[in-house]
Design a protein around this ligand. Structure first.
Ligand SMILES: C[S@@+](CC[C@H](N)C(=O)[O-])C[C@H]1O[C@@H](n2cnc3c(N)ncnc32)[C@H](O)[C@@H]1O
Length: 205
């Protein structure tokens, strides 16, 4: 995908009024992790990614793979185990720590100088780096360009008003020959009631 307009057409559904209240704050995301309300997490990983992984990798070695809004996605380990370099961003420090603990990976942490209060967690093997910060602050840090982006539960979790900024950041992180794989549901919001903030707090669609 080479063009931002093919990434997502934010004008696809003019009645985005229906969705405008679907807003979660960063604090609410952090609370979800603390309360264990992480129905979005898939312990076995995404089965379609598993099925199409070789096609996605296109036989290449040592790719740089970006996971926006990564949570503790087990797929990060799949790529690292194949020798690729994984970078993720996640606002919940708890989620990041759970990733390393559950995957039996030792890690170190250090502050991100460009973003006060933020940290980066790195696997001891050196090929997984998870930035604990707001995705929208990430452009302040030079994390390089990527060959692959796996976007599951990321674009869809961004508040509708932030989608343009989100896609701009994603495209700024890509390099020649990149592949961007997006797992998403397309639906007409006028035919389905929007979730209330309370419903979204309690789980995942
Ligand atoms: C729906 S979950 C998806 C997690 C992961 N991609 C997966 O497939 O399991 C969205 C994640 O993004 C995190 N998040 C939400 N907004 C964020 C932001 N602006 N910056 C960084 N992380 C964010 C949440 O804490 C949550 O873990």
């Amino acid at each position: 995908m080479d063009d931002a307009s093919t990434l997502i057409d934010v004008k696809e559904y003019p009645d985005t009024e229906v969705q405008k209240n679907r807003v979660l704050t960063l604090e609410e995301w952090r609370e979800k992790w603390v309360d264990g309300k992480i129905g979005f997490h898939q312990e076995q990983g995404h089965q379609l990614l598993k099925k199409h992984l070789d096609t996605f990798l296109k036989g290449k070695n040592v790719l740089r793979v970006f996971f926006p809004l990564c949570g503790k996605a087990v797929e990060m380990k799949w790529f690292a185990d194949r020798g690729h370099c994984v970078v993720g961003v996640e606002i919940s420090e708890l989620g990041i720590r759970e990733f390393f603990t559950e995957q039996n990976l030792s890690y170190s942490e250090e502050p991100i100088m460009e973003i006060p209060g933020a940290k980066v967690f790195k696997s001891s093997s050196g090929n997984i780096s998870l930035y604990c910060c707001n995705l929208f602050d990430l452009p302040r840090v030079n994390i390089g360009k990527f060959d692959r982006i796996w976007d599951r539960g990321a674009l869809v979790a961004v508040n509708p008003g932030d989608r343009k900024c989100y896609t701009d950041i994603m495209l700024s992180l890509t390099r020649k020959g990149f592949r961007y794989l997006l797992a998403v549901l397309s639906y007409d919001p006028t035919k389905h009631p929007a979730q209330t903030v309370e419903e979204r707090r309690n789980g995942w669609p």
